[in-house]
Design a protein around this ligand. Sequence first.
Ligand code: FES
Ligand code: FES
Length: 225
Amino acid sequence: MNLLSIIIFLLPPERLNLVHILAFMNTHNKNEGRRDFLKKSTALAALTIASPALVKAGENDERIAALFEKISLKLEINGVAHNLSVEPRVTLLDLLREQLQLTGTKKGCDHGQCGCCTVHVDGKRINSCLSLAVMNEGKKVTTIEGLANGDKLHPMQEAFIKHDGFQCGYCTPGQIMSAVACIKEGHADSAEQVREYMSGNICRCGAYPNIIDAIMEVKKGGQPL
Ligand code: FES
Ligand code: FES
């Protein structure tokens, strides 16, 4: 077991951003000198092992950021090509919200547990809080802002409105992105199946019955999604 594996194994959940970084380093160090890579690994290991009581999270983040330079990144988002410069630690969710002001995609748990941040990458749904932006080089991202066709809402958006598939609306962008993917995946043959394949999207307002009704109506309508 190498040093990185041991660190990842020992890492508490609140240090998840470090897991992101280490995973990235593990897969993107092909063009980096061994000495440079080891230097960064050792520095990160020291930050990881240090007691939280001694190292404040904010200071930690700044020290980590100083170790890395920004990386160029090409992405197509909602049909628009973007040439970006991002820190390797930045998640796709934070890139969308903080750098591109696409705030329709919501941040709930930031730990892959609520589904608020669901977007499509190359047609597949993912939790954008669990994906480093740089891991999506050259891919096509669709967010809730890219679902409508101009002024015409997507059939799933129409159905959510018709069936009152929301109350506060915070989970709704993620629910809609997931719902579209659920049908495209072929996982909407029954209300029971929809419940199972939408189980990664949490609604604190409990709008589940209406959400299921909306999805089933779109599925029955058979419109191209
Ligand atoms: Fe991504 Fe909760 S914010 S799953
Ligand atoms: Fe409020 Fe789902 S509508 S959390």
